[in-house]
Design a protein around this ligand. Structure first.
Ligand SMILES: O=C(O)CCC(=O)C(=O)O
Length: 300
């Protein structure tokens, strides 16, 4: 289901299994595992964010998957924290987690030109192993994704999801669906849903294999060499950069704390603070500040 930014917060009032106060957006997320919100960022915000991310990742971040990543970016890039905490975005987070307050887990990724195969974002959670995370309908942890360029239905860059797979676990037989967006739209998806970004091409895979084989003889950082080789090919073919920002949130309830705790275990050394301006915005909008990266997490 696609939402216009002007639809924000319309209460849903029909007889359904969901609470009477649930919005249609909440219902769609629970049932399909994803939703699109059009025009959540203005053209100026998109341009500013794209420039900020591109410049940051020139000198910072990690080489991975043929591109570069910055994890926990709200701490390292103030302008990203500022744009992600504008009111229209926070209003949507509140709508999605209502009647509970939204919590930011602290996961906030910037990426440029990475490839990604089909996966979900919960493989590290213990409840993934026995599959119980997929059968619990009360699980509501989401990523909000901003792709900072248009990505059409047929483009290789377009995010693909397997609708409803958040309730089934890894299931390669379910059909994938491309989610076409324009820069400024947001895609919200359940972190359990199977999704894929720009799939590695045959050339990508062959190139990576070759670099992994010969890299050690030349003392090459294989991830960096893979990213650099892809960058040369992009430049030679005039392929524009693919840039995106993701942040993870959920309602102030046990699953969100437990998901964030597993993220904290994966990245125990992350520490961060947000500026007074961003903290004030979060407080005014009743959003719980990021869990990962702060000294200790509150528990229910
Ligand atoms: O590269 C993409 O578009 C997908 C990103 C992704 O898989 C993720 O954030 O979990």
């Amino acid at each position: 289901m696609v939402y216009e930014t002007s639809d924000a917060g319309i209460p849903f009032n029909r007889a359904t299994k969901a609470p009477r106060t649930a919005s249609q957006l909440q219902i769609d997320l629970m049932s399909d595992g994803y939703a699109i919100i059009r025009n959540l960022l203005s053209r100026d915000q998109v341009n500013a964010l794209r420039l900020t991310v591109t410049q940051h990742l020139k000198k910072n971040g990690d080489y991975k998957y043929g591109g570069k990543f910055q994890l926990h970016a709200m701490y390292s890039v103030e302008d990203v924290a500022k744009i992600l905490t504008v009111e229209p975005i926070l209003d949507r987070l509140r709508e999605i987690t209502q009647p509970l307050a939204p919590i930011l887990t602290g996961e906030c990724d910037l990426m440029i030109n990475t490839t990604s195969s089909w996966h979900n974002d919960v493989p590290h959670h213990p409840a993934s192993r026995d599959g119980s995370i997929f059968s619990d309908e009360s699980f509501r942890v989401y990523k909000i994704a901003f792709y900072l360029q248009d990505q059409g239905e047929d483009a290789v860059t377009t995010l693909k999801v397997r609708p409803k797979s958040h309730l089934k676990g890894r299931n390669r037989s379910m059909p994938g669906r491309p989610i076409a967006v324009r820069a400024g739209d947001a895609i919200v998806f359940d972190v359990r849903i199977e999704h894929a970004g720009q799939l590695p091409t045959r050339t990508d895979r062959a190139m990576r294999k070759l670099i992994e084989r010969v890299g050690p003889f030349f003392h090459l950082d294989t991830q960096k060499a893979f990213t650099s080789t892809r960058a040369i090919i992009r430049r030679a073919t005039g392929t524009p950069d693919r840039v995106a920002v993701f942040t993870t949130f959920g309602p102030a309830e046990a699953w969100t704390y437990s998901y964030a705790e597993e993220g904290r275990n994966l990245h125990p050394d992350v520490r961060g603070t947000l500026s007074a301006e961003v903290m004030t915005r979060l407080a005014l909008n009743k959003i719980v500040p990021p869990l990962i990266g702060t000294p200790s997490a509150p528990h229910l």
